[in-house]
Ligand binder design. Structure first.
Ligand code: NAP
Length: 275
């Protein structure tokens, strides 16, 4: 039996076992996917002994993504760019790592709004953490000419601009509404709105009517930002799709089948979020 897991600290909140468990059952695979609470001091040892523990690989969540990146022996470009890994697997006894957040975000965006790139205008990113870096990379790879980054702590936005070059422009956090009016896509990658905490205070008056508003926070599924954008008549993309799609490459690596993100899977995770 092939075994995979997700590690984090804490880990109780993780919905990854529900996602992978659904696919294992759907494909009748003799495998398991569990969650394991691993304290920060134990991560290195845990990852180095994956084979001895009988795991073929694992997902890594907060706060272990950076250390996982540094421990892996082979790192794919997607993880190198972000400086963090969320998906690890063994090839022989070598530990490989990637980051599937870029894939998850861009795949779902294109699924919900296939023509998002058809509109002129910059992409505006709120936040400058690990998720922001993955998403900035995705948009630049797709050929977007200008990505604007707004972050409460300006230096972190500047670090992203320094890494990716002149197509990334840093704007003041306080200017996030005014400087996003011409956006083709606005993305919240901050933790603001999680479990209803805080408000981004975006005023959608005067926004490009073709703007797509997306939030990677998915608890609640309809964040205040998404609700406000809908009220303003804008198209929206929720954060759950990114979570579901980022899980696909790991499952394929560990269990040998490329799974589908189905409406039934989505329904199950929504029931868990709202339950
Ligand atoms: N849907 C998905 O699959 C998915 C995947 C990854 C992450 N996420 C979610 O995305 C969010 C960010 O994740 P991350 O890994 O990038 O975290 P991170 O590296 O810790 O970055 C957090 C970001 O949120 C900002 N922030 C936090 N509190 C704020 C506040 N009160 N006002 C303004 N900005 C605030 C931080 O700004 P400062 O720099 O000023 O602190 C920073 O830009 C989390 O909610 C996470 O759950 C979702």
């Amino acid at each position: 039996m092939k075994r995979a897991c997700v590690i984090g600290w804490p880990i109780e909140h993780s919905r990854s076992p529900l996602i992978h468990g659904y696919w294992l059952a759907q494909h009748g695979i003799d495998g398991s996917y569990t969650k394991v609470a691993v304290a920060p001091d134990d991560v290195a040892q845990f990852l180095r002994t994956l084979p001895e523990q009988g795991f073929v690989g694992c997902n890594v969540t907060v706060p272990h993504k950076e250390i996982a990146f540094s421990i892996a022996e082979e790192v794919e470009e997607a993880a190198r760019v972000v400086g963090a890994a969320n998906t690890l697997w063994l090839e022989g006894d070598r530990l490989f790592a990637t980051n599937t957040d870029t894939y998850g975000y861009m795949t779902y965006l294109s699924h919900v709004v296939p023509d998002w790139l058809a509109h002129d205008g910059p992409v505006c990113i709120l936040g400058a953490g690990g998720a922001a870096r993955a998403i900035v990379y995705g948009f630049l790879e797709t050929g977007v000419e200008e990505v604007r980054v707004f972050n409460r702590t300006r230096e972190r936005a500047e670090a992203i601009a320094d890494q990716f070059g002149p197509r990334v422009k840093v704007f003041d956090w306080d200017n996030r509404s005014d400087a996003s009016r011409d956006a083709c896509v606005l993305v919240n990658t901050t933790a603001v709105g999680l479990k209803g905490n805080g408000s981004l205070g975006i005023d959608f008056a005067g926004f490009n009517p073709d703007c797509v508003v997306s939030d990677i926070v998915y608890v609640p599924l309809e964040t205040q930002l998404i609700a406000d954008a809908k009220s303003a008549g804008l198209r929206t993309v929720d954060g759950l799709g990114m979570l579901l799609h980022q899980a696909v490459p790991g499952f394929e690596r560990w269990f040998g089948v490329r799974p589908q993100v189905t409406p039934e899977l989505r329904k199950r995770i929504i029931a868990d979020i709202e339950g």
